[in-house]
Design a protein around this ligand. Structure first.
Ligand code: C2E
Ligand code: CA
Ligand code: CA
Ligand code: CA
Length: 275
């Protein structure tokens, strides 16, 4: 039993070293990717589910690594957060999203608003207000065209601090949405005080609509909460006609998902707008 224990220990450390090595490789690759232009922005339309009219788009980062291929943001965003690189990456996303959006406005393409994902790190380090001010000033994009998506978990972790920073952002003229709503533990007391204008219903609650009774009840509750607080609700991950119908019937007008469009590169998104 003793030797077996030692063996599994050796295996365990080997595996750890392997993972640590991969981690370091990925980290330096990501650092380089920012400079080498391997990062790209995709845009997923957000629509009025009643008539399909575009009301905005969510900006989603993509990493095309020359050897690894496409690395998912679900993988590289947490890595960027761990290493602090998210501050630089977040600034890059904001700058480029605002610049592209200003270009669309100048060409008469009405995309509504662009919604940019913001990491808790950017807020915790209080860099977000300057990053937003700079991206708006450099691009010339009107603030009302920019929305930031912030996750519920982060806001509630340090709600008093978050309220102050989000208020400063709102005072710059931009709008704020709570992302993945329903997956964290929102206190209703704080929710009432947050300067937000939209709740994004997490796709995990939309996936099994309309059959799953609990998920149906949760979606209805979030929609009712939004209405009671005077907030927009936007459903994520809408893939089927039945989901769209259910959400509309229960008062959620705004949605985003494969039913309407996948996230698209800039040129394809421009074509989608003029379709
Ligand atoms: P998220 O903010 O919840 O973004 C929605 C995710 O759902 C995206 O995954 C999108 O491609 C995917 N999606 C959209 N429609 C559907 C659908 O109908 N069905 C299904 N199953 N999925 C759908 P993606 O692009 O892989 O991004 C994953 C996460 O990475 C995002 O989740 C967000 O948390 C993070 N992320 C992406 N870009 C950025 C960024 O620029 N900054 C930060 N901080 N995070 C980002
Ligand atoms: Ca989001
Ligand atoms: Ca989300
Ligand atoms: Ca269930």
């Amino acid at each position: 039993a003793k030797s077996e224990g030692a063996g599994s220990y050796a295996f365990y450390t080997r595996e750890m070293t392997e993972r640590a090595r991969e981690h370091i490789l990925l980290e330096s690759a990501l650092r380089r990717a920012l400079e080498a232009g391997e990062l790209q922005l995709h845009f997923q339309p957000q629509v009025d589910m009643d008539d399909g009219r575009p009301i905005g788009c969510e900006v989603l980062a993509r990493w095309h690594h020359p050897e690894l291929g496409t690395v998912s943001p679900a993988r590289f965003i947490p890595l960027a957060e761990e290493t602090g690189l998210i501050l630089e990456l977040g600034a890059w996303v904001l700058e480029n999203a605002c610049r592209l959006a200003k270009g669309w406005l100048d060409r008469g393409l009405d995309f509504g608003r662009i919604a940019v994902n913001v990491s808790g790190c950017q807020i915790r380090h209080r860099v977000i207000c300057d990053q937003v001010a700079q991206a708006l000033a450099r691009s010339g994009l009107p603030p009302s065209r920019l929305e930031l998506e912030v996750t519920e978990g982060f806001i509630m972790e340090k709600a008093e601090d978050a309220i102050g920073i989000l208020e400063a952002l709102r005072d710059q003229g931009i709008t704020l949405a709570i992302d993945d709503f329903g997956t964290g533990y929102s206190s209703l007391v704080y929710l009432k005080r947050l300067p937000i204008h939209c709740l994004k219903i997490d796709q995990s609650f939309v996936r099994d609509l309309p059959e799953d009774r609990e998920d149906a009840a949760i979606c209805q509750a979030v929609i009712a909460l939004g209405q009671a607080l005077g907030l927009e609700t936007l459903a994520e991950g809408v893939e089927t006609e039945a989901q769209r119908r259910f959400l509309l019937q229960h008062g959620c007008r705004l949605g985003q998902g494969y039913l309407f469009s996948r996230p698209l590169p800039a040129e394809a998104f421009e074509k989608w707008l003029t379709r």
